[in-house]
Design a binder for this molecule. Structure first.
Ligand SMILES: [Zn+2]
Length: 325
């Protein structure tokens, strides 16, 4: 560097330092934006013919799936999870589905009510974020009476859906809501029966709990489909409009990465795992052959997509993101 250049730089040093300082401050201001760390509101809209379906997230729970799945070796479970970039415990969605037929507003399953920790219990907030109010719900249909599906029915003995009639299959109600079953249940199973009794109590008291028997149409456009196995009266619901169908599966599947490729893998807490497997295969075949939309309580939110039968199992195609139009 020449003496002249050095002298020039020395003369300009204060301006250069100021420029560097300003650039540094600007960088600091940008880095100081705090992390937001919240998720988008948990609802997703889909039209099925003329019927509007809104998937509602209740949140997620960490499921120790390697300890819960049966009929698979630990290696098969690990391989299925790792292919999907998952591990055990696996963060697992809890989804409900709000169906507006144009004549009736029907909620299928109500989430946990927060019973599975602070990442759960968000279904009511998401129903409101989706533009509805709990008081507008005309009917609530329950796929089965496990806590993560009925926990949102009531809070502290008060109905969360004050104008709704609640419906479930007779077999499911007979199993969970019979006081004799609570009394005779082993200690570790008692809380499930007690939780069901408490969740339904305000509706039973107001004569707003009604059971149904068999595969019947409950309101125009929504039909019950018996899929007993996971629980004694487990029920799926078929929404149909203008030649389009959506089958709300309930708990016919929990861990897609393992159970789609090998549908004979079952859950420890199935009340009859052979029946649960048979219903999974029968219902998946029906949905695959018919090209139905399906909506599942525990597939990644929104849990809506299509099923294709291939390679001795099934492949899951999540809904292509779509805006209402
Ligand atoms: Zn469940």
């Amino acid at each position: 560097m020449s003496t002249r250049t050095m002298a020039c730089l020395r003369a300009r040093l204060p301006q250069l330092l100021t420029a560097l300082l300003v650039a540094g401050c600007a960088a600091v201001v940008q880095a100081a934006a705090p992390l937001v760390r919240t998720q988008a509101p948990g609802y997703y809209r889909l039209m099925v013919g003329d019927v509007e379906v809104t998937a509602l997230s209740d949140g997620t729970a960490m499921l120790p799936v390697k300890d819960l799945l049966i009929n698979a070796t630990p290696e098969e479970i690990a391989r299925g999870l790792s292919r999907a970039y998952l591990d055990s415990p696996a963060e697992t969605s809890i989804n409900g589905f709000l169906v507006n037929t144009g004549a009736k507003l029907v909620l299928i399953d109500t989430g946990t009510g927060g019973a599975m920790g602070p990442t759960t219990g968000k279904l009511l907030d998401n129903l409101k974020a989706a533009g509805y109010l709990p008081a507008q719900v005309d009917e609530v249909y329950i796929t089965h009476m496990h806590g993560d599906h009925i926990g949102g029915l009531s809070t502290g003995g008060v109905a969360n859906f004050p104008n709704a009639v609640v419906r479930a299959s007779k077999a499911e109600a007979d199993f969970w809501l019979d006081p004799a079953h609570l009394a005779s249940a082993p200690a570790e199973a008692r809380s499930g029966f007690a939780q069901a009794e408490a969740a339904f109590a305000p509706y039973v008291k107001a004569a707003k709990f009604k059971t149904f028997d068999g595969d019947i149409e409950l309101v125009p456009g929504i039909r019950a489909v018996g899929t007993a196995g996971h629980t004694p009266g487990h029920t799926s619901y078929l929404v149909a409009s203008q030649g389009s169908q959506l089958l709300v599966l309930g708990d016919l599947i929990h861990v897609g990465s393992v159970q789609f490729p090998k549908p004979t893998v079952a859950m420890k807490f199935d009340s009859d795992s052979s029946a649960a497997i048979a219903q999974r295969i029968k219902t998946f075949d029906r949905a695959a052959q018919g090209g139905y939309w399906v909506a599942a309580a525990h597939l990644p939110f929104p849990g809506i997509g299509h099923i294709r039968a291939e390679n001795g199992g099934y492949t899951w195609f999540p809904a292509n993101y779509s805006l209402p139009h």
